[in-house]
Design a protein around this ligand. Structure first.
Ligand code: HXC
Length: 269
């Protein structure tokens, strides 16, 4: 689908996107690139990164891939530094890396619980913490008149109530949302950085969808959730663009739900 944004809305900006090699992260990478940004993608799998970078470059987008695990502070620091060394600044950080699987709470090992919190919640904080010095107003390479940079954390809606077999993800995304709000307060005040989140609904063609919503569950879901519709990765990328460019300049601390209203869905009777 054609973008409603002008093709230069993030021109000249540098975006670092964790989990940017696949799924929602890759769509955000390519839409940011198509709208003028240079892209650094971070991920654990070299082949996924290489394929993603080739795909971005074939669209004429300046892109690099950086291997790393957001759970490791030293990887977070190294990837942030490498992004700065390559592009000379960082304007936007998108935390899209996530871990997930379905597991009943009684079958989930404490290490399984911790692993997902480490990837989603600790990983998000590690990246924000490492990138802070480059996102501050007046940071190296940044235009001093343009204020601070911006952060987008990819979240979910499943913790607004409760979700079967996703206690680990619910806890992790609740922490991500709290991180979004607290950083918006502290770093908005001190450094003019805007921090927002996006909470996607079920998005077609993503690892999350194929792992978490097997087809037989999806069919049943449509019966008791009248607002159930599958979204597109594009919907999330457009929300990310809105929040990152000037259209979102007065928006901070928000986690924008992009799910067609699904989280409000309930049976008619
Ligand atoms: C139960 C599991 C498990 C599973 C891992 N564990 N997979 N437990 N069921 N399917 C447990 C392991 O037994 C182990 O605990 C602990 O988790 C760590 O497992 P490892 O395999 O050693 O960890 P690691 O290699 O780091 O992989 C973690 C991972 C991750 C979470 C499985 O690789 C992953 O999810 N990758 C896929 C990324 C992905 O799908 N992203 C899309 C996310 S979608 P023990 O006790 O045995 O040591 C998304 C949407 C959210 O986030 C919103 C939905 C609405």
């Amino acid at each position: 689908m054609e973008s409603p944004f002008k093709p230069d809305v993030v021109r000249g900006q540098v975006a670092l996107i964790t989990g940017g090699g696949s799924g929602i992260g890759f769509e955000i990478s390519s839409q940011f690139g198509k709208h003028g940004a240079s892209i650094a993608i971070m991920g654990r799998r070299k082949q996924v990164l290489d394929d993603a970078v080739s795909a971005l470059r074939s669209l004429g987008i300046q892109a690099i891939g950086l291997e790393g695990d957001v759970r490791k502070q030293e990887d977070a620091r190294r990837v942030v530094e490498a992004t700065f060394q390559h592009f000379g600044k960082i304007d936007i950080l998108v935390n899209a890396a996530a871990g997930n699987f379905l597991a009943a709470a009684e079958d989930l090992s404490p290490n399984g619980f911790r692993t997902v919190l480490d990837i989603d919640a600790v990983g998000t904080f590690n990246m924000c913490h490492a990138a802070l010095k480059y996102l501050k107003k007046g940071a190296p390479g940044r235009d001093s008149s343009s204020g601070g940079g911006s952060i987008i954390n990819i979240s979910a809606t499943l913790h607004y109530t409760a979700s079967w077999y996703q206690i680990h993800v619910s806890a992790a995304k609740a922490a991500v949302d709290a991180t979004t709000r607290n950083l918006a307060l502290e770093w908005g005040t001190d450094y003019d950085i805007r921090v927002n989140g996006i909470a996607p609904g079920p998005i077609g063609g993503t690892p999350g969808m194929s792992k978490l919503v097997p087809e037989e569950i999806e069919n049943k879901t449509r019966e008791y959730m009248p607002l159930y519709k599958v979204g597109e990765k594009w919907d999330i990328a457009m929300a990310a663009l809105y929040l990152s460019c000037d259209s979102g300049k007065y928006v901070s601390g928000l986690t924008m739900v992009v799910d067609g209203g699904l989280w409000l869905s309930k049976p008619r009777h």
